[in-house]
Unconditional design. Sequence first.
Length: 379
Amino acid sequence: MVTQYKCSNCGADMAFDTGSGMLKCDSCGRRDSIENMAGKPNLPPDAQVTYEMDEEDKKAAESSFDNDFEDSSNEDVVVNHPTFSGHEANEYNCRNCGAVLITVPQTTATKCSFCGAGVIISDRLSGSYAPECVIPFAINKKQAEEAFKKWCKSGLLTPSNFRVADRIKDITGIYVPFWLYDLNGKGEVRATCTRVRTYSRGDWIYTETKYYHVYRKVDLNYLRIPCDASKKMDDTMMDKLEPYSYNNLKTFQMPYLAGYIAEKYDYDDGQLLPRVKQRVSAYVDSFIRSTITGYTTVHYNWKNINIRKTNSDYALLPVWMVCYDYKQAEHTFAMNGQTGKIVGKPPISLGKVAAWFFGISGGSFVLLRIITLLGGILS
């Protein structure tokens, strides 16, 4: 089913407004709160919307009250999340112009390529497919474009014609699917550490080495560690977009997606868990190392780190994807739709790199020459 939010004043399409946090009609300026519009799309008078549970959903609902859960400190807490089939219907019609919307199964919100209307494919977000939470866009398209241009101009080693930032091909607001993990990390370390002291007595220089047996045991909790669940998005780029502020984390409502593109996850929380565990394991190890200070050397004799998942939530996080044409090649950049942080690899000017290198090396040579001359004068 296709959902579009219409203005009750003029009938134009409404979209999420980053400034007010409400749905806004660009035609007449009317605003409506997300809470009032959630689940109440403005449909034609003759349209009927029915909400039914299929047999699979009914069985799941009935069985959900018959399960007891047991907490185990040695195992991950199992949280059942829905998966989706690749055989879902992928052809829909725009309610504005009637055009056919061809989408991949992962698409949950898009725009009509004919009339530009924001379209939400609500049957891919309803029931078991609905995300638990969402961080709404805090930066609109115009602000994103200005921020990107400013970022381009700040590159000291980028080509001059790239810094002009006049080749932006497209800026697209996408709600990227993420899993937010709560994890418990237990770490235990036994190490041998040394403190080395050198001193002199008379004509003799002594080195004194003291050995210490060090033991550390930590129990740490990490909340809402994000991990993108989309095949299309570059994992390294998405990781660098962090951090997100969870102060503006909202319970998911479909109107937040109006006017933007959104996708649902390709990987469930179980498939991504090893990657997140590896990441948090490094956090635990780093924390333990930070507690062993004041020693000359530290050598681990034994280390054990155990990471356990306690919860995971399916969330949509805002990302502006920027496509930039430069020398007949496309460069892709990503911007955190909440904080404005930009990541990506801009082109580098070899001429500027060479000038910088020879400027530094030439300055060092001149400085060395001055010191040599002063040394000769003083002597």
